[in-house]
Design a binder for this molecule. Structure first.
Ligand SMILES: [Zn+2]
Length: 613
């Protein structure tokens, strides 16, 4: 991408129309476009997005939306759409468990002092120019754009609404609730793509000559770029619906409401018909989100224990002698509706808890992560099984699999019983209508050997006629070869659409919010305590990359180590150590870090929460 050159060209370009009064310049600072419009006759200037320039008489700094990584270094005369940030981190220190709203946490660490909150329809007069405020939600709920005619040229400052030639910065920021379809934030895959489409249409109708985005190259053919982006996100959403597990859970009418929001009224929506599903065999006891496999001698093996009800039912089955005793628990994945009471059940039944090695640490230390629906109830001693490892249990053979379907920290258990069709317990990864990929924050990677592509392969390798069990589905079910091919083909198409949708050299950066993250995510520290944490990075790119990590202090919470880098092979994972010190004063603090690599700049991108007690 010839982005740097493009900007350099523009930076020297002044809009000398009939009245050479306003000069527009753009300087990319760590990936953010610091736009400056200066009135040549009065020397007054207006900055948009970002300003590192204290020179001149800046009357306005126009912000389009609240994202921490766009925070200006200069803090005066700020105009921004309203968004609540007070006490955000105080609340988030608690809210991060059982979190299902799935809104980005790239929220300012310290609230900015805003001179005026702007809203749709406002007109700002600044430095001899007029800026019309237009609500353009999408990338964030509250986003606005500023529209101005500068020396006869129609200029739109649209924030992160569109990136370059029909792209967006990422997809996970669009996850949100869809109240009209009774869909919560957790199930609202790309929900704000509907807002994105209508905001883009509004901008297009204003007929801008040029779009100045918050990040990425200037857009000199707005109509063409907008059409491209609308086409891409509609293709993406249509594809998403076509294999969607929610068709099973929420049924067709609600899917139609979701579809029409993004695709338009009356749009044709393809939903996969339900695959073959039958009653659960009698050697499996079925209750809520748990199952018990029963051996001929009456011993039981419990799958998941997500809540009090599940725990009480399991206890009751043992007390009544229906099951003699529970010998072990397999935890399919880390969501609280499967994991909440696992430790309590393990203590009560005095039995081991099994996972695969890939998510053992999350189960043992949930507070070190930020993921949807985490429990605070750690299971201190988990038996982490290797992918493919087998275990004999009475007359059964168990095969433990790493199975990153519904989420990245997910396993599955193949259960083979003599003279019975095998059963593959897949947690929440498939339903009779397709795949459970509705929550982008679950990290469904689209590499050919990760996420659902890996699950498709594992399902293809199963013994003939193996039944699948998802504990939310009161049946066993399986996909025919044709249905599985359909899922694989649609998913490959989706991956192709995603590859075109983001400016990155690999689509996983656009769907995996946690490609870089602090570990631990949450820290409980004593006043003045020092600790070494790390910033973990995954190189999703097809090339070797060096990632520079620059940590930032927050009030008394100090970073004692300097910037450091990690060079990672393609698909490699690594970490940079960061030494931190807690302040003396109790409270909640947030240390952030910039991540930079070639053509990739993420200012103030990752955070770790420090609770000083
Ligand atoms: Zn789940």
């Amino acid at each position: 991408m010839n982005y740097a050159l493009h900007l350099m060209f523009f930076a020297t370009f002044a809009t000398w129309a009939e009245t050479p009064k306003i000069r527009v310049s753009v300087k990319a600072i760590q990936g953010i476009n610091a736009v400056c419009l200066s009135n040549q006759s009065t020397a007054n200037n207006v900055a948009v997005y970002h300003s590192n320039n204290p020179d001149g008489d800046r009357t306005h700094l126009l912000l389009t939306h609240n994202r921490r990584e766009l925070m200006p270094s200069s803090k005066s005369n700020i105009f921004a759409p309203y968004s609540e940030t007070k006490k955000y981190w105080l609340n988030m220190a608690k809210k991060r468990f059982h979190y299902y709203a799935q809104q980005p946490t790239k929220v300012l660490v310290e609230p900015l002092e805003v001179k005026r909150w702007v809203k749709d329809g406002d007109l700002l007069k600044a430095a001899g120019m007029k800026f019309q405020v237009m609500a353009t939600p999408g990338y964030t709920r509250e986003s606005v754009s500023y529209l101005a005619v500068v020396d006869g040229k129609r200029c739109a400052f649209t924030g992160d609404l569109i990136y370059g030639d029909g792209k967006i910065f990422d997809l996970y920021s669009f996850q949100d609730a869809i109240p009209e379809a009774k869909v919560g934030g957790y199930h609202g895959y790309g929900a704000r793509l509907a807002d994105l489409v209508s905001s883009l249409q509004k901008i297009k109708a204003w007929k801008p000559d040029v779009i100045y985005p918050a990040r990425g190259p200037l857009i000199n053919d707005p109509a063409q770029a907008i059409n491209k982006l609308i086409g891409r996100v509609q293709a993406l959403y249509r594809n998403y619906l076509s294999t969607n597990a929610l068709h099973w859970y929420f049924k067709e009418d609600r899917m139609r409401i979701c579809g029409e929001r993004v695709l338009g009224k009356g749009a044709k929506i393809d939903l996969m018909p339900y695959c073959l599903h039958l009653d659960t065999p009698d050697w499996i006891i079925q209750f809520s989100t748990s199952r018990i496999i029963v051996a001929d001698n009456g011993h039981g093996f419990l799958l998941d224990c997500g809540g009090k009800n599940q725990f009480e039912t399991a206890k009751d089955l043992v007390e009544r002698g229906v099951v003699k005793q529970i010998d072990g628990i397999f935890l399919t994945h880390t969501h609280d509706d499967h994991s909440q009471m696992v430790q309590a059940a393990a203590e009560y039944f005095k039995c081991p808890v099994y996972t695969t090695t890939e998510y053992k640490d999350v189960v043992e230390n949930p507070g070190r992560y930020l993921m949807p629906g985490l429990t605070e109830n750690a299971v201190p001693n988990v038996e982490g099984m290797k992918d493919g490892e087998t275990m004999k249990w009475h007359e059964y053979k168990f095969t433990f699999r790493y199975f990153p379907g519904q989420m990245i920290y997910h396993g599955a258990l193949l259960v083979e019983r003599p003279k019975a069709k095998p059963v593959f317990f897949i947690g929440d990864s498939f339903a009779p209508s397709g795949i459970d990929d509705y929550c982008l924050l679950n990290r469904n990677l689209v590499h050919p050997d990760a996420g659902y592509p890996l699950c498709f392969k594992i399902i293809r390798q199963l013994p003939k006629d193996t039944w699948l069990i998802n504990q939310h589905v009161p049946h066993v079910f399986r996909f025919s070869d044709k249905e599985l091919t359909y899922l694989e083909t649609q998913y490959a198409k989706r991956t192709k659409i995603l590859s075109e949708l983001f400016p990155w050299d690999d689509p996983n950066y656009g769907i995996d919010e946690r490609w870089s993250t602090f570990y631990p995510y949450g820290n409980i520290m004593k006043p003045g305590e020092t600790r070494e944490v790390e910033v973990r990075v995954i190189n999703h790119s097809p090339i070797k990359r060096t990632f520079k990590v620059t940590p930032r202090d927050h009030r008394g919470a100090k970073v004692l180590s300097g910037p450091a880098s990690a060079t990672l092979a393609s698909r490699g994972e690594g970490a940079v150590k960061v030494k931190i010190q807690a302040p003396k004063e109790p409270g909640v603090y947030v240390i952030t870090a910039d991540i930079d690599s070639k053509d990739m700049h993420f200012r103030d991108w990752v955070e770790t929460i420090i609770e000083v007690k």
